[in-house]
Design a protein around this ligand. Sequence first.
Ligand code: G3I
Length: 448
Amino acid sequence: MPPLGRRRVLLLSSAAATVLAAGVAVVGTAEAASTLGASAAQTGRYFGAAIAAGKLGDSTYSRILTTEFNSVTPENEMKWDATEPNQNQFNYSGGDRILNQGISMGAKVRGHALLWHQQQPGWAQSMSGTALRNAAINHVTQVATHYRGKIYAWDVVNEAFADGGSGGRRDSNLQRTGNDWIEAAFRAARAADPNAKLCYNDYNTDGVNAKSTGVLNMVKDFKARGVPIDCVGFQSHLGTGIPGDYQANLQRFADAGVDVQITELDVAQGSNQANVYASVTKACMAVSRCTGITVWGIRDSDSWRTGENPLLFDNSGNKKAAYTSVLNALNAGGTNNPPPSSPSSPPPNPGTGACSASVTLNSWNGGYVANVRVTAGSAAVNGWTVSLTIPSGGAVTSTWSATNSGTSGAVSFRNVSYNGQIPAGGNTEFGFQGTGTGPTATPSCQAS
Ligand code: G3I
């Protein structure tokens, strides 16, 4: 038996009560775990830390890391300036060290961050327009492809919304390439790594306010138009308090159909620090789609907030009161993640029917992303092939949720294993990215 911290409050079922009555000692639920990661895992969540490759040789640092955490985020090593210091010359040395550390721990690795207006390499900072858009999408594609299959969740776009009351986008060189840069990035990330959860990540979105509402509206718009987005990260760089509607804010995003994650938690030192940490943890535990919490560093001395002592371990690596409050909140339990699955609907009847397809384009000067909706007719279909013509001079550069034959001229797209069956009247979607101008004619659809 592992060393015991506290025991969970037991809720005895009648069966367990019967066994007890028969004189057999039964512990009805899991015992309290003694580390953050193990405790979070009891409800299907992770508890992670942002880590720096250069600190992995520090024995205190790595001892705490490997003991306490079951997720890691590179603090700087997967950012644009680190991974593509010169255009089209990629350097994954630091990022790979973080990835391998995570793999060696059996931890989930969060990728941070594919596109951000800060920490861009110098060559990108001086770019604009189509050249920057293409370079940015190429960056997303290359980095997400390098880490394909290894990343639990990517912060695809970081901090793109403005502070203050506008609820709109922040001005940046990326924003000036066109408002659709975020969705183009998400589509490219999905194409490169279909299994990674794709997150939008920001700060000052921790309560219900104009900025978080702007992000929520983007999420709803993406969901309505089939733009791939799976999660929203709430950085939660907090002062000495927490917004009163913190949990309600998480919940309204979850209700919009995305997972939520606390991605960069740190809290200013003060008499209230432990309480704020506990409140954040309880809020996540109460929201079934809150998949985990990451603190932005391990010891106070590792924090970017110099002098604020905002983390769970002191400079010497000792557990602080905030650590205990988080562990207790995790051990108190909460909703399970993932939530219990709802009764599954019966599989659609196999059948062969007609299908149709329509294309929605998001274009910029020199390129586009196409989203294609495939709709079954009055009978279910078992598989489908969509054919269309790519205008001359252009080519398909990547495809997601389908496989293409050909890249220019007449191109066809065949379903993949998970989206071939469409029930009568139902639909599914796939997408592709291309250079030049997008297809304009209505595609044909052949059902099988
Ligand atoms: O590695 C160089 C070193 O060689 C050089 O001597 C030194 C001189 O200044 O700089 C070092 O790089 C610094 C790097 O951290 C590593 O320590 C950069 O200057 C510094 O700008 C960078 O700061 C990072 C910051 O993002 C950049 O904006 C912080 O470590 C990192 O914690 C912080 O993380 C961000 C998230 O990515 C997004 N959300 C906010 C969060 C806090 O700002």
